[in-house]
Design a protein around this ligand. Structure first.
Ligand SMILES: Nc1nc2c(ncn2[C@@H]2O[C@H](COP(=O)(O)OP(=O)(O)OP(=O)(O)O)[C@@H](O)[C@H]2O)c(=O)[nH]1
Ligand SMILES: [Mg+2]
Length: 373
């Protein structure tokens, strides 16, 4: 991204989001930008090492939490519109980490997604879904927040707390820590692919295509492996990750971003083995791969995969000043720019520019046609 640096902000919202960012930030790569926001000043005090802290909704809760009330959370965010606008200014990609089921995070997330969309920032939400033992009311609040969020967020990755706690004997603190580490791998891995110059860059427009086309929900998996058959072990670990194990999500995904990091000893055959082991075998899957070399990875390999669960229907001009769902030939024409035969294209491959337009970017995105959820 040397030509046009893109600004990526990782924002922690509410208790879970702030805790997770507070755990991720100390070990994060240089240059990664973090911020935290809550209406609960006590939570913000535990994030003293995060410089960019926003106390939201002072006039609404007077520095207290939203007490599990989603509507109070929403009002806090709306009350802090000016602060949020300042926070979002100049941001190209907003990655939000938020636990759903409480008050502030659940209420504020859709407001922030809407404001980010209006400010022209792409949004990717990593949402933590409560444990089932937290009760049906909390679960219900989390799902209602998800529904609202779908309207405005470009993409949402769900991370059920329960999936991160496969061992019933684990202490709560260890489980939460494990959950934070999993999120950190996804968020940092994606950031690394976008921000660091690799052999094959996963460029920002690849991510944007993914965010624009995916029907709101994505899955991610990540893994690292060492040893003789490390590429094979990596593929196995990617499929076995608790966030996707047993779902066939990789086999069915219409769009997949793969970020691979290796050291000086990374082999082309390993890259091939990983891509072939991860990406769906359908002829119409859109695949983008980024490869980054980092000497500290020598002897090992690491990968993150972001997979769209479904591709949404594009819309086309209806010829009367409105829009209609793409169908038949229209649909084929619209999709031509994105659904290519399985090409195994790398992110760094040359783009097709015609009359100043990038034909790798779907027409409805180039023409800024809004798609409904
Ligand atoms: N993984 C993980 N999950 C958490 C953590 N803290 C809370 N959660 C989950 O996130 C959900 C929402 O909780 P919070 O983030 O504390 O809620 P909040 O947004 O601060 O809402 P209020 O406190 O009511 O204003 C909870 O129901 C938990 O399931 C954490 O540190 N790690
Ligand atoms: Mg809270």
């Amino acid at each position: 991204m040397a030509d046009s640096p893109k600004r990526i902000l990782v924002l922690g919202l509410g208790g879970a989001g702030c805790n997770t960012v507070a755990r991720i930030a100390p070990g994060a790569p240089d240059g990664m930008e973090f911020a935290v926001m809550d209406c609960d000043v006590q939570t913000l005090q535990t994030c003293a090492h995060i410089e960019n802290r926003t106390a939201s909704g002072k006039a609404v809760t007077d520095g207290m939490s939203a007490g599990g009330d989603l509507d109070t959370g929403r009002r806090c965010a709306e009350n802090s519109a000016g602060q949020i606008e300042t926070l979002l200014s100049g941001i190209d990609l907003l990655m939000v980490i938020v636990g759903l089921g409480g008050g502030f995070g659940s209420g504020a997330a859709p407001v922030i997604a809407r404001m980010a969309r209006n400010a022209g920032a792409a949004t990717l939400f990593f949402t933590i879904i409560p444990f089932s033992f937290e009760g049906t009311v909390t679960q219900g609040k989390a799902h209602s927040a998800l529904r609202r969020l779908r309207t405005y967020a470009d993409a949402i990755v769900q991370m059920p707390n329960a999936l991160i706690q496969p061992d019933g004997d684990k202490l709560l603190a260890d489980s939460l820590d494990r959950s934070s580490r999993t999120l950190a791998e996804g968020v940092v891995g994606l950031w690394r692919m976008l921000a660091q110059t690799g052999i094959y860059n996963l460029d920002f427009s690849s991510l944007q295509t993914m965010l624009n086309y995916c029907d709101a929900t994505c899955r991610f998996t990540c893994a690292t492996a060492k040893g003789k058959n490390r590429a094979g072990a990596l593929v196995e670990a990617l499929h076995a990750h608790p966030l996707i194990a047993g779902t066939a999500v990789l086999e069915k995904a219409p769009g997949v971003l793969i970020g691979i990091t290796g050291g000086d000893d990374l082999k082309l055959s390993e890259i091939q083995q990983i891509i072939e082991g991860v990406a769906p075998s359908g002829e119409t899957c859109w695949i983008k791969t980024g490869v980054t070399m980092d000497p500290s990875f020598t002897g090992g390999l690491s990968a993150i995969v972001l997979a769209a669960e479904a591709w949404k229907e594009p819309l086309v001009d209806d010829g009367h000043g409105g829009l209609k769902p793409a169908s038949g030939e229209d649909k084929q024409a619209e999709l031509a720019g994105v659904l290519k035969p399985r090409s195994r294209a790398f992110g760094g491959s040359e783009r097709t520019i015609w009359k100043g337009e990038d034909l790798d970017v779907p027409a409805y995105i180039r023409r800024k046609i809004k798609l409904p959820r």
